[in-house]
Ligand binder design. Structure first.
Ligand SMILES: NC(=O)c1ccc[n+]([C@@H]2O[C@H](COP(=O)([O-])OP(=O)(O)OC[C@H]3O[C@@H](n4cnc5c(N)ncnc54)[C@H](OP(=O)(O)O)[C@@H]3O)[C@@H](O)[C@H]2O)c1
Length: 275
């Protein structure tokens, strides 16, 4: 990235404008991706897993990225930011907290002019074991709902003016096939499945505002990805985080997805899911 004709501050940009420097011919960007001309993205849940991989793929596409991590001791993303000082800035963010989201919003107001691509990736799993005949842990379910559903809305609502100020005005919510009521076959995972259905609904409500301003919300299932979401590396998964992130962004950024009256609910490869 040192070859690029970029200003020297980590996150250059002037308020009220999303105009950014054009790409220098010495760019090392590959030919299989659509270059961003230095657009702005913000990703939540970047401690590890899919969030980290999304940041790396966005760097490859020359986005300026605000990478939000949750845990103060999960510092992989800080190393990535050190290697890409012109493109990545790290922020601490707890999407379950009004105060934390407000602090993020305040800290961005003088730093970024807009957010072209807001990726709500942060999420938690909760209890996968209990069925209706078991003792259900409602406080735990509330935590899951507060992160996966309300947390996503908390972030989007706070940052919507920045999204609306951008060229692309795209909100990408990492939902899950588990949020599909039409395809529901499970007998448990109450908190997770309900929270992802609610995530889909808040995405539809935001889409109804954003589409009238030329933007859109996309609800996406990233596939079964080998992450530590279950508390250990899920070796049964079909995709690595890098494969999922690359496919997700290829679908969203390299293909002309239609903007309809309702948000798209698709998997990483662009296949539709039933709400
Ligand atoms: N893996 C899959 O197969 C799969 C399938 C469908 C959908 N998804 C979705 O994909 C997204 C990414 O999951 P992943 O598989 O990459 O798992 P992951 O590695 O556990 O990533 C989740 C991220 O969210 C962070 N997080 C948790 N609570 C948070 C909070 N209150 N505020 C901000 N960040 C918080 C986690 O931080 P810490 O871990 O440091 O606490 C972690 O960085 C999630 O929304 C998940 O539901 C995953």
């Amino acid at each position: 990235m040192q070859d690029l004709d970029l200003p020297t501050s980590p996150l250059p940009g002037s308020l009220g404008s999303c105009s950014v420097p054009s790409m220098d011919s010495t760019s090392t960007l590959g030919t299989d991706v659509t270059p961003s001309k230095y657009k702005w993205a913000l990703v939540t849940g970047c401690d590890h897993g899919l969030g980290t991989a999304l940041v790396q793929e966005l760097i490859r596409r020359n986005y300026h990225v605000i990478a939000c991590r949750f845990h103060p001791e999960e510092t992989v993303i800080d190393g990535i930011a050190r290697e890409n000082p012109y493109l990545v800035t790290v922020r601490l963010l707890d999407i379950a907290s009004d105060q934390s989201v407000q602090s993020l919003k305040d800290s961005l107001s003088s730093l970024v002019p807009c957010i072209d691509l807001l990726i709500n990736c942060a999420g938690i799993l909760g209890d996968m074991e209990s069925g209706p005949d078991d003792e259900l842990n409602f406080p735990r379910m509330l935590d899951v709902l507060n992160v996966n559903a309300l947390g996503t809305l908390r972030v989007t609502a706070a940052l919507l003016p920045l999204v609306e100020n951008s060229q692309d005005k795209t909100v990408l919510n990492i939902s899950s096939e588990a949020g599909s009521i039409g395809d529901c076959e499970r007998t448990g995972w109450f908190g997770y499945c309900m929270s992802k259905s609610a995530n889909n609904m808040q995405g539809a409500l935001i889409h109804n505002t954003l589409r009238k301003k030329g933007g859109q919300v996309i609800q996406m299932h990233p596939g079964h990805v080998a992450t530590f979401m279950r508390g250990h590396l899920d070796t049964t998964a079909a995709l690595t985080p890098e494969e999922s992130a690359s496919a997700l962004l290829h679908t969203v950024l390299d293909q002309k997805l239609p903007v309809g009256d309702r948000p798209l609910y698709i998997d990483y490869a662009g296949h539709p899911l039933p709400f």
